[in-house]
Design a binder for this molecule. Structure first.
Ligand SMILES: [Zn+2]
Length: 396
């Protein structure tokens, strides 16, 4: 056998063993051999390596029936930490997670500038701070994954465009790497959100589509288990599919884009005009709903219709197994999901299930952490348990 091949096989076996240890939480060497189909000697050698590296540890079960208590293996979740960053408009969420996906630190930083250089500078400072804070752990901060609310070129992970910042063609990865000594990955926020829904919530689904209806409309697609990015990496700009001929003018140059009818800011803008009110918050809308406000309810009913027009198109394109909608409006409107399903009655469009996201605006940063763990452990797939009490961080 050629050495190159044996090294490759060793790597595949290692990855399989790590993946199963993460998946099972606690597992014995004998069970690992059964689950993976690898012989006991191979498992033993690999486990010895992982123990040496401090990535896993041994533990004995406290309560066991008669006989020898088996030695169990578990991921050493605090050996290293990943840093997920959600670079949103004038707000950055930093979340640090251990290797089992448990959040150990989170922080939201608000700022007032749109200037690329100063935003990058503050991210660099923060990353260096965290690297220092976690330097006493065996592996410290192992990598950083940054979610971008715009298009990301998949070849060099540069920003093509972030509409709200008006940042065009910024090589963020290169700019950060000049100042930092840590593996960095840049990914679109909707892709990370789709990844989070799969990793933390919808483990079974290999064809999952998430639609984020908050600031604009973003969507992330997992097809046959893989994130779909398109030729350059810009796939999934569903907000700009045209649902209205000669409709409202969109900043993209077209008229009648879905985003102008089904995104949260547009809904709020129109409702504010109708109610002659400014700075309407989600909780105020919720109060109106609780008081059975007729105009607000009828606006939301019409909103659901708009949402369903776009969804119908997407369903026909992708035949998804799972659709996850990330929307504060749908979350506060009672029975929104049932009403939405009522609009999706075409005998042609087929989907498996449709659900509301409860990861909220944490979806992107949690997806970033999950991707960081997957990259660090070098496993093809990772499934984690959802953080408890996840809520919309800034429900104002
Ligand atoms: Zn448009």
């Amino acid at each position: 056998m050629v050495t190159g091949d044996s090294a490759y096989i060793k790597k595949i076996n290692r990855s399989l063993i790590i993946q199963k240890i993460v998946e099972h939480g606690l597992v014995s060497r004998a069970d690992l051999s059964k689950i993976t189909g690898l012989n006991k000697a191979t498992v033993s050698v690999q486990v010895a390596d992982l123990l040496n590296e401090g990535l896993i540890y041994e533990t004995q079960l406290e309560h066991s029936s008669i006989g020898r208590r088996p030695i169990m293996l578990s991921i050493n979740e605090n050996a290293g930490f990943v840093l997920g960053i959600d670079l949103d408009y004038k707000s950055i969420i930093y979340t640090i997670s251990n290797l089992k996906g448990k959040t150990v630190h989170e922080n939201e930083e608000k700022f007032d500038t749109e200037e690329y250089e100063s935003v990058i500078k503050s991210i660099i400072t923060k990353i260096k701070e965290y690297q220092h804070d976690f330097s006493d752990r065996p592996y410290g901060i192992v990598n950083v994954v940054i979610g971008i609310h715009g298009t990301v070129n998949k070849q060099n992970e540069s920003i093509r465009f972030i509409p709200r910042y008006k940042w065009l063609k910024k090589n963020i990865k290169e700019d950060l790497q000049k100042e930092l000594n840590i593996p960095l990955f840049i990914e679109n926020n909707a892709n990370l959100s789709a990844y989070a829904e799969k990793v933390y919530k919808h483990h079974h689904s290999n064809n999952l589509l998430t639609v984020i209806l908050t600031s604009g409309i973003g969507s992330g697609m997992i097809i046959d288990g893989d994130l779909q990015k398109g030729f350059h990496g810009y796939a999934g700009e569903m907000g700009h599919m045209i649902i209205y001929p000669n409709g409202e003018a969109c900043r993209c140059g077209n008229h009648g884009c879905w985003e102008l009818y089904a995104s949260e800011p547009e809904f709020i803008k129109k409702l504010e005009a109708e109610l002659q009110q400014t700075n309407l918050s989600i909780s105020e809308i919720q109060n109106f709903l609780e008081a059975n406000h007729f105009i607000v309810k009828s606006f939301l009913d019409r909103y659901l219709q708009y949402v369903s027009i776009g969804l119908n198109n997407i369903i026909n394109l992708y035949n998804p197994e799972t659709i996850v909608l990330n929307s504060r409006l749908l979350n506060i409107y009672p029975d929104s999901l049932e009403k939405l399903k009522g609009h999706l009655i075409s005998s042609v469009s087929e989907y498996g299930e449709i659900a509301l996201s409860d990861l909220g605006n944490q979806a992107c940063v949690l997806g970033a952490c999950a991707l960081g763990i997957q990259r660090f452990l070098e496993v093809p797939e990772i499934l984690l348990s959802a953080p408890e009490n996840q809520t919309f961080l800034t429900m104002k």
